[in-house]
Design a protein around this ligand. Structure first.
Ligand code: UDX
Ligand code: ADP
Length: 463
């Protein structure tokens, strides 16, 4: 049997759902793609005529939205009808780490997954393929299946006769990285589809075959697919912690982290990517997925495995605190009443996302020490920074020059392109003396900065 998919619905119009469905709609003009969300403001932002107001900033995204929106891509709050019409439903809702109760601080909070599984159970009609897109703990598919199938048992005979319902569950984890999401979706390294039902797997695979070569589509069992997503992120995060641990040794010994990264990355078994030292990894996935892996390992009594992965997070937290201490020590051991310019608040360049951004902890530490912060980020809104800093006082500035007026030091926290070619003399002349430049991303031209008069500290290279 070949299942033909004409109408898809994505529940959750966030950083994953929005860009993923924009690419689906653009690559498959014959598909109708509905993206739904319970958040009305989010949907009205996705429908805003002014594309600079889209809720997610991603290079190339606004072009796709302009091309497909209201043609075969629709954003709405009409969860019920969009579910009812769909042959295939993607679950793309948030799955944060639990804050309270059993497993808090490690396990994922699945309340949004459960809620939308119940909505699918209630409103869907006919055969429906349900695809997990959100990062989920291993074995979540079986919980979704249980919720969906229990709804079948609850129905009256009349309902059963009127609408034949059946569900197929697939896992199709998202591997897009923010800032390069559109390119990652259009040219993926691989597409992973886990599932038991061959027809359902083939139906999803057929959609991807519109633009992804078949050799890149990997079909696995559902648990392998779920676990692979967690482990991929854990491996990537582990590389970042490994290089950040090395950056601390470099600063003590006089080795240069850039030279070390290049030297080790040229080994083909290691490879050159994900070897940039910085203020630690952020983003919605790495920490959450490792914590989920730690929880899973402990659940199965594998404490050695749990401790191993936990160390990746501990090192990440240490990197943030040691950077703050470095700033404090450089400024004569006190920053109380001193002004600092923070360049970059997003967790990485080319995104407006600040979830788990190292800038949050670092700014909180600096504010706690009494510093007055001028924060500049090209894409993050003031209201977002206010929320992230628990409404502590700071100055929100609109460009680099405004941020550096009369400050004692500049702290670069995000690798935005515009921070790679600073006008050092102009900045130096606007600051209090001695003027410090703390480059936590290794993006500046150290020689030029020193020539301009700066005292400089670069992560993995020192002063
Ligand atoms: C990650 C995974 O890459 C992606 O496959 C998954 O689907 C979601 O999680 P993302 O968090 O968007 O993507 O960005 P990524 O490029 O992986 O960066 C994560 C963090 O690591 C950022 O804070 C980044 O600045 C940091 N990082 C990355 C480094 O500090 N050094 C590096 O060399 C690479
Ligand atoms: P991600 O980075 O995984 O995309 P986001 O938090 O950016 O996460 O987006 C998840 C979206 O899912 C949010 O906009 C949220 O309002 C939406 N959402 C959560 N639960 C439901 C639900 N039951 N029905 C519809 N949308 C939901």
């Amino acid at each position: 049997m070949v299942i033909k998919i004409k109408n898809i619905c994505c529940i959750g119009a966030g950083y994953v759902g929005g860009p993923t469905m924009a690419v689906f709609a653009s690559k498959c003009p014959d598909l109708v793609v509905n993206v739904v969300d319970i958040n009305e403001k989010r949907i009205s932002d996705w429908n805003d005529k002014d594309l600079s107001n889209l809720p997610v900033y991603e290079p190339g995204l606004s072009y796709l939205i302009e091309k497909c929106r209201n043609k075969n891509l629709f954003f709405s709050n009409d969860v019920k009808n969009c579910i009812a019409k769909a042959d295939m439903i993607f679950i793309s809702v948030n799955t944060p780490t639990k804050k309270t109760g059993f497993g808090s601080g490690q396990a994922l909070d699945l309340r949004w997954i459960e809620e939308c599984s119940r909505e699918i159970a209630k409103y869907s009609a006919g055969s429906t393929i349900v695809v997990e897109k959100s990062t989920l703990p291993v074995k979540t598919a079986s919980k979704i299946k249980e919720i969906l199938n229990s709804s079948l048992k609850d129905r009256s005979l009349e309902e059963k006769l009127n609408t034949e319902k059946e569900f197929f569950i697939l896992s199709n984890p998202e591997f897009l990285a923010e800032g390069s999401a559109i390119n990652d979706l259009e040219n993926p390294d691989r597409v992973l589809i886990g599932g038991e039902n061959k027809e359902a797997v083939d139906a999803l695979s057929k959609i991807y075959l519109n633009w992804v070569p078949s050799k890149k589509i990997l079909k696995t069992n559902i648990w392998s697919s779920e676990l692979s997503k967690l482990v991929s992120n854990a491996f990537l995060a582990q590389r970042v912690s490994s290089i950040n641990a090395t950056s601390a040794i470099c600063e003590k010994t006089g080795a240069d982290i850039k030279e070390v990264s290049l030297a080790i990355g040229l080994d083909r078994r290691i490879g050159g990517k994900f070897l940039n030292s910085g203020p630690g990894f952020g983003g919605s996935c790495f920490k959450k997925d490792i914590l989920s892996l730690v929880y899973l390992s402990n659940f199965y009594g594998l404490s050695h495995v749990a401790n191993y992965w936990e160390q990746v997070i501990k090192l990440n937290e240490w990197q943030q605190s040691r950077i703050t201490q470095q700033i404090l020590e450089s400024l004569f051991g006190t920053i109380s009443g001193k002004k600092l310019a923070i360049l970059g608040f997003a967790f990485k360049a080319n995104t407006n996302d600040t979830r788990e951004s190292p800038a949050i902890n670092i700014c909180k530490y600096l504010i706690e020490e009494g510093s007055i912060l001028n924060i500049y980020d090209p894409k993050v809104k003031k209201s977002q920074i206010q929320k992230d800093l628990n409404f502590e006082k700071f100055e929100h500035t609109h460009n680099i020059l405004e941020a550096v007026q009369d400050v004692d030091g500049i702290v670069i926290l995000t690798d935005w392109e515009e921070f790679k070619s600073l006008n050092y003399c102009e900045l130096y002349n606007s600051m209090r003396k001695p003027s410090w430049l703390f480059d936590c991303r290794g993006v500046i031209n150290k020689k030029l900065a020193i020539e301009a008069g700066f005292k400089v500290w670069v992560v993995g290279n020192g002063t």
